[in-house]
Design a protein around this ligand. Structure first.
Ligand code: NDP
Length: 246
């Protein structure tokens, strides 16, 4: 299916894991795709080379999401190169576990900056360019509202903050024909949470379907929301988690 012909997408954290799968899927559906990455230049280049090899347009930008000016520069470059932007996927994130009393202020700021502030700033930068049919899709987490293990308070805070932001922005941008939604992945096999990792078995036991999701599972839901098929869905939370929070 090529539901995104003529659309221009920006996916943050598109070098690896879920973001890379989203970039590939949006491109396979016909969109021009720009990705950001932090350090993994080789991986980011591989993603855009793959997309280009299938005839798609793709760009990669090194950009620390904690740097507000960097986000503005990326959005300007995407608009210059593609002629606009229709879809923003706020995917980049970090997952740091630990007792709050053992974190320092830098740890707290890093988590808030990358998982929350960057989402707000990227959205702010993209909104003036969105036309009717625009899309903002945030990547939350099954841990946003249910926290089944210790040490996750800060991460849960960052992901639950995105729920309120998604709903508020959906209200703000509705008149413009732009939808804003949040996808909550469950355990998904990536570098962040490998299906063969130490904590994997405990997670698997709580998943109704009995196995981790793949990055492609998340990408499929993002492509649906980005497409015309998702036009009447806004302010919604979509769990793509194998039923872990039932
Ligand atoms: P990965 O760690 O596999 O990939 C993270 C991506 O984010 C990479 O592309 C990385 O870039 C980028 N990134 C990290 N820090 C920054 C930064 N400071 N600036 C710019 N980019 C940055 O994570 P996943 O693919 O697993 O996760 C993607 C999203 O899904 C996250 O928001 C995460 O919280 C969420 N999620 C994941 C789950 C899972 O089980 N995997 C479950 C629930 C939610 P680089 O490659 O350069 O480091």
């Amino acid at each position: 299916m090529r539901r995104l012909e003529g659309k221009r997408a920006l996916v943050t954290g598109g070098s690896r894991g879920i973001g890379a799968a989203i970039a590939r899927r949006l491109a396979a559906e016909g969109a021009d795709v720009a990705i950001t990455y932090h350090r993994a230049a080789d991986a980011a280049n591989k993603v855009i080379e793959e997309i280009r090899s299938t005839g798609g347009r793709a760009l990669a930008f090194a950009s620390d999401n904690a740097d507000d000016q960097a986000i503005d520069r990326v959005v300007s470059s995407v608009v210059n190169e593609f002629g606009g932007v229709d879809i923003l996927v706020n995917n980049a994130g970090i997952f740091e576990v630990g007792a709050l009393e053992k974190t320092n202020v830098e740890d707290i700021e890093r988590n808030l900056n990358i998982n929350v502030r960057a989402v707000v700033l990227a959205s702010r930068a993209v909104i003036p360019h969105l036309r009717s049919g625009g899309r903002i899709i945030n990547i939350g987490s099954c841990l946003a509202t249910r926290v089944p293990a210790p040490g996750i308070a800060l991460y849960a805070l960052t992901k639950s903050a995105l729920i309120g932001f998604t709903k508020g922005l959906a209200r703000d941008l509705g008149n413009n024909g732009t939808t804003v939604n949040i996808v909550h992945p469950g355990p998904t096999d990536t570098d962040m949470n490998p299906a063969a990792g130490d904590s994997a078995e405990g997670q698997r036991q709580r998943i109704a379907l009995g196995h981790f999701g793949s990055p492609e599972d998340i990408a499929a839901s993002v492509a649906f929301l980005a497409s015309e098929d998702g036009r009447h869905i806004t302010g919604a939370e979509l769990a793509v988690d194998g039923g872990i929070n039932i």
